[in-house]
Design a protein around this ligand. Structure first.
Ligand code: UDX
Ligand code: UDX
Length: 457
């Protein structure tokens, strides 16, 4: 084996990233460790702990060959030359910066574990998204070791999106590697470049200083989320003016300076990163005395909350100003299609708002029902979790479509119409379905950012 790589944190980022590295670099030994025993057992089993298209094949090829999942963090630290850290960095819920700043306690604890157990020099790579200048603090903590070992911190943010993680990792737009502008820093950058060179073209591997690399991750996520909020804000205006957001998005997207991606109106962005990273950016701007910049980015999150509230208000208004006691089939709970992940999913807030109005929910999702149960655990109200979509819609007054799962397009809507109470409403929060066809069947159809199609007036 060429070198041993350790990854601390076997989550949505660490697991797939290391699986692809091991697959593409058979000359490296890759060990992935986590404090969560159940998660590691999952990674070593037939049913992996996360659902991600293509992941099973990659793991099967490499696991036991040069990819190992373990809870032995100490052993891993001793053995590895290169340590990726992808532990979670949630939004702080307490103390200074609560609600905005990143909680770095797991990161710092990991740094201290590395100091305590290392017996040789290491390159420590930030894979988790971190506030700008975290590496400075990490360098300080790691340099405080009494063993006279050298730890070089490198930033290598992950840009993969869930649902397409394997494709994104195998064929990235770019790989970003930031390091200190010192000879040791440059050497460490090159060590990390060597890993990616196994399968990524040299022109796609971009090296920068540490701070640019850290900020680029926050900036990229903020820009992507900003596009979603921008288009969602316009969807509200479309509904008032009979303009159609699909046509507006398409027209904007044809401008090569704007580009067509990330212009889909919906019930708002979710996922573990966007909100957390923007709030983090907001906190940093406030910290560095830039309140105007902070307010600008905070607006992106505010519009996201507004869009969810707006969706619920529209449902209530269209259903004769009351949904109390009415069964509503919620199609989709994951924050996007092709994942079972529900972190920050708009469905969580929307379901809570519907329950506050005393609606009875029947929630269906092809992958995310277990997470949905945890997210809504303890919330007051009537909630059913239903594996069969046709059972979910039975006796429902309305369908709220919240995730863009392709399989929802293939359902038999004639049958669904017959199973539902009348008048039957569909609120398509992702503009996924064939609205004209549904209207013809008899549904009252409320797409997002488009004219309502109602038989009621
Ligand atoms: C998370 C963040 O959401 C993302 O912003 C960051 O870039 C990387 O970390 P993700 O992999 O999706 O991404 O998080 P999660 O699935 O929660 O995985 C983190 C893992 O780290 C968990 O399995 C957790 O058990 C583990 N962990 C956490 C440790 O092994 N040690 C710790 O001290 C803390
Ligand atoms: C995002 C970034 O894309 C990725 O680069 C980063 O590493 C992690 O955060 P992810 O959260 O997995 O990835 O999914 P993404 O595809 O970006 O979608 C985020 C949210 O925005 C989803 O809820 C999605 O439904 C929503 N979205 C996306 C829209 O509402 N409209 C769009 O046009 C695009």
């Amino acid at each position: 084996m060429n070198k041993t790589i350790l990854c601390i944190g076997a989550g949505y980022v660490g697991g797939p990233t290391m699986a692809v590295i091991a697959d593409r670099c058979p000359d490296y030994k890759v060990i992935v460790v986590d404090v969560n025993v159940k998660r590691i057992a999952g990674w070593n089993s037939e049913k992996l702990p996360i659902f991600e298209p293509g992941l099973d094949e990659v793991v099967k090829r490499a696991r036991g060959r040069n990819l190992f999942f373990s809870t032995d963090i100490v052993g891993g630290i001793k053995e590895a030359d290169i340590i990726f850290v992808s532990v979670n960095t949630p939004t702080k819920t307490f103390g200074a910066g609560a609600g905005k700043a990143a909680d770095l306690q797991y990161w710092e604890k990991t740094a201290r574990d590395i100091i305590e157990h290392a017996e040789s020099d290491k390159i420590v790579i930030e894979k988790s998204t971190l506030p700008v200048r975290t590496a400075a603090a990490m360098h300080r903590i790691l340099a405080s070791n009494s063993k006279k070992l050298h730890f070089e911190v490198v930033s290598n943010p992950e840009f993969m999106a869930e649902g397409t993680a394997i494709e994104d990792l195998q064929n990235p737009d770019r790989v970003l590697i930031g390091g200190m502008e010192t000879p040791e820093g440059q050497k460490a950058i090159n060590t990390v470049v060597d890993i990616y060179r196994h399968w990524v073209a040299p022109e796609k591997i971009k090296t920068t200083n540490l701070w640019s690399s850290e900020l680029s991750k926050l900036a990229a996520n903020a820009m992507l989320a900003q596009r979603v909020s921008s288009v969602n804000s316009l969807s509200a205006l479309c509904e008032q003016t009979d303009a159609n957001i699909l046509e507006v998005s398409a027209a904007m997207g044809m401008d090569s300076r704007i580009g067509g991606k990330f212009l889909k109106a919906g019930v708002g962005f979710g996922g573990s990163c966007f909100k957390k990273d923007i709030l983090n950016l907001v906190y940093l701007c406030e910290y560095y005395g830039l309140p105007e910049v902070a307010a600008y980015w905070e607006g992106v999150v505010k519009i996201n909350d507004y869009q969810q509230r707006r969706f619920v208000n529209n449902m209530i208004r269209r259903m004769f100003n009351t949904i109390s006691g009415k069964r509503i089939a919620v199609l989709g709970f994951a924050f996007k299609a092709d994942t079972g992940d529900t972190r920050e999913s708009p469905a969580i807030n929307i379901c809570k708002m519907l329950l506050e109005e005393r609606a009875c929910l029947a929630i269906h999702d092809p992958q995310a029902l277990d997470n949905a149960k945890m997210d809504l655990d303890g919330v007051d109200g009537v909630i059913e979790y239903v594996d069969d979509p046709y059972e979910a819609v039975r006796g429902a007054h309305a369908i709220a479509l919240l995730t863009d799962w392709k399989c929802f397009k293939e359902l038999d809507y004639q049958k669904i119409y017959e199973l539902m109470e009348k008048p039957a409403f569909i609120f398509d929060g992702r503009n996924l379905l064939d609205h004209a066809g549904l209207y013809e069947i008899g549904f009252n159809v409320y797409p997002l950012g488009q004219k309502a199609m109602s038989h009621l007036n």
